[in-house]
Design a protein. Structure first.
Length: 576
């Protein structure tokens, strides 16, 4: 039984992170804003914890920071006489234990004061509650603080209220807030009116790139400056925004105390150490997955610099801006690597904690993630591209309703969804997909989401037909059928055939099927057979004629047909 000890639990969080990062269309500000969110709950919290009596744990390297946080000799436990112990310190969220209320208040005061001065416009708040480590579960106290924090924010003025317009002042060129200075974003650009918020983000942009460069392998090079990024991305045909995060982690954290009991034991100390290691493990998995995905993204360009800018990289969240050619390979490799890293039993320095927790939560030692990939023209508004990527991420996460076993249990399944947005099109996913419906109203002209998890790991999925038709591997095979060339360098499948079928698909299933039957005898062996969604011609099992459509669902009212053909053409355009 744990001895009774009166401590104070403190929770500090940032709020409105995505809105803060993507408030403007300036890449420098996006990068700088993400860095401010990262630093406030890592570096700033850890430095404030040192003043409150904790050990020095701040390191810009996630691995080194994790090593110090899990080491009781550095991050001393509160039971061993420490005045302050850091439980969690990750991007946007921190949890600490202190022996006195004054020390807890000092940490919150130092962190929120830094946020107000160095990250104006960012909402940072903290809440503290008393806890007896020997009398009740500490995870209940943390849950109570999570419910309290929104009420605390509700009593505070909104960050926007700090920027009043009396007397009348000029508008900031990028944020719409009142300008405070007239300055150049960089040395080579024209001066412009800038708000305090814009200045703070600009100041952090270069530091962010330098820190991110230190996290990747020596033979990998990210753009060294914002100017280099913009020079690279200004020359591409398509720009990609990849937005990914883990699946089911909200439920995992809610029941983390129960998931930890089998491997870590019961009691508050086991929970606190398990929470620390699991939070760090997620961050390490995400960074390792990004490094592996970066290798693949770099292989799709001729330059030695990978045209990838990670805007969010922390916890289980990953958002990046990249060359459109690299976007789908980057997303696919990130999801594959994230699954593999989470299943590893050798995550340094936290071991197999992630696999242990996911085995307890899902029945398999695997954690899945999903991604939304928005592909836009380089001069499209960035906020619209991000909004589209966020909506595509939500669409990808619908796999949780289908990737279930025969008992209805959810199986970890990684997937992505993507959309190539033509110039001038609306960025609302509901609108653009409303336009991707056949004229007869019977067919849906997109095939996502696409499953990344290997079929061998999803053998328990009850609806194997759905799984097969949604495999990303099948989409990639069809893309190869479109882009493959013969010995003379010509497309094996002529462009006129491809475009005629595209026009027929919009007319509806019946017209598309008749068009397919006209050209199939000639081009079946030249790649056209790979584009057929229904059973292969002549198959007695299906009883169907070859079709570019598949039956996705059926109800008493109607049968819904779906085709991946337009997705294949979009993905092929990125390979051109």
């Amino acid at each position: 039984m744990e001895r009774r000890m009166r401590v104070f639990v403190t929770l500090i969080e940032t709020d409105g992170n995505q809105r803060y990062i993507f408030a403007t269309n300036r890449l420098r500000q996006n990068v700088g804003a993400s860095e401010l969110i990262f630093r406030v709950c890592t570096q700033v919290v850890l430095e404030a914890a040192v003043r409150a009596g904790a050990g020095d744990c701040w390191r810009s390297s996630t691995t080194e920071r994790a090593r110090r946080l899990v080491d009781p000799a550095c991050n001393r436990r509160i039971e061993d006489g420490a005045d302050c112990e850091v439980v969690v310190a990750t991007s946007g969220r921190a949890i600490l234990l202190t022996r006195s209320l004054d020390r807890a208040r000092a940490v919150v005061r130092d962190v929120t004061a830094w946020g107000a001065k160095q990250a104006p416009g960012l909402s940072v708040a903290g809440a503290t509650a008393e806890c007896d480590l020997g009398a009740g579960p500490v995870h209940e106290v943390i849950r109570r603080l999570a419910r309290t924090l929104p009420r605390v924010r509700g009593t505070l003025p909104a960050p926007e209220s700090r920027f009043l317009r009396w007397p009348v002042v000029a508008d900031c060129a990028t944020s719409g807030l009142p300008a405070s200075v007239w300055a150049r974003p960089t040395g080579g650009e024209d001066a412009e009116p800038q708000s305090n918020v814009a200045q703070a983000k600009y100041r952090q942009a270069q530091q962010a790139l330098e820190r991110l460069q230190s996290q990747v392998a020596r033979d990998q090079r990210l753009p060294a400056s914002i100017e280099e990024i913009e020079r690279q991305l200004g020359e591409v045909s398509w720009l990609g925004v990849v937005h990914a995060d883990g699946n089911g982690l909200g439920k995992v954290f809610i029941d983390l105390d129960r998931h930890l009991q089998a491997s870590q034991g019961s009691g508050n100390r086991a929970y606190l150490d398990g929470l620390r290691r699991f939070s760090l493990g997620l961050e390490l998995c995400t960074e390792s997955a990004f490094r592996r995905a970066l290798v693949v993204a770099a292989s799709h360009v001729r330059d030695d610099v990978a045209p990838v800018v990670p805007l969010v990289l922390g916890g289980d969240d990953f958002t990046a801006l990249c060359d459109g050619r690299s976007a789908l390979p980057l997303a696919r490799t990130f999801l594959e690597a994230f699954e593999q890293e989470a299943a590893s039993d050798t995550i340094e320095p936290v071991g197999d904690i992630v696999a242990q927790v996911t085995r307890a939560a899902f029945g398999v030692p695997r954690l899945s993630a999903c991604a939304g990939v928005a592909l836009v023209k380089p001069h499209s508004p960035f906020y619209a591209a991000y909004d589209l990527a966020e909506a595509l991420l939500a669409a990808a996460k619908t796999v949780k309703w289908t990737a279930r076993d025969s008992q209805g249990g959810e199986l970890p399944c990684s997937a992505l969804d993507f959309h190539l947005l033509a110039a001038g099109s609306a960025g609302d996913l509901g609108l653009v997909r409303g336009e991707r419906t056949s004229q007869d109203g019977r067919a849906r002209l997109w095939g996502g989401p696409y499953v990344v998890t290997p079929a061998s790991a999803l053998a328990q999925v009850a609806d194997q037909g759905w799984l097969t038709s949604h495999e990303l591997k099948r989409l990639e095979e069809r893309v190869r059928a479109i882009v493959d060339r013969d010995e003379e360098g010509r497309r094996r499948l002529p462009g006129t055939v491809v475009q005629d079928l595209r026009a027929a698909v919009f007319e509806g299933k019946d017209i598309a099927d008749r068009s397919l039957q006209l050209v199939l005898p000639r081009y079946q062996t030249r790649g056209l057979a790979a584009l057929i969604e229904a059973e292969a011609p002549g198959s007695s099992a299906s009883g169907q004629a070859p079709s570019l459509f598949r039956r996705e669902s059926e109800s008493a009212d109607a049968t819904v047909f779906v085709t991946s053909y337009l997705d294949v053409l979009d993905a092929a355009e990125l390979r051109a």
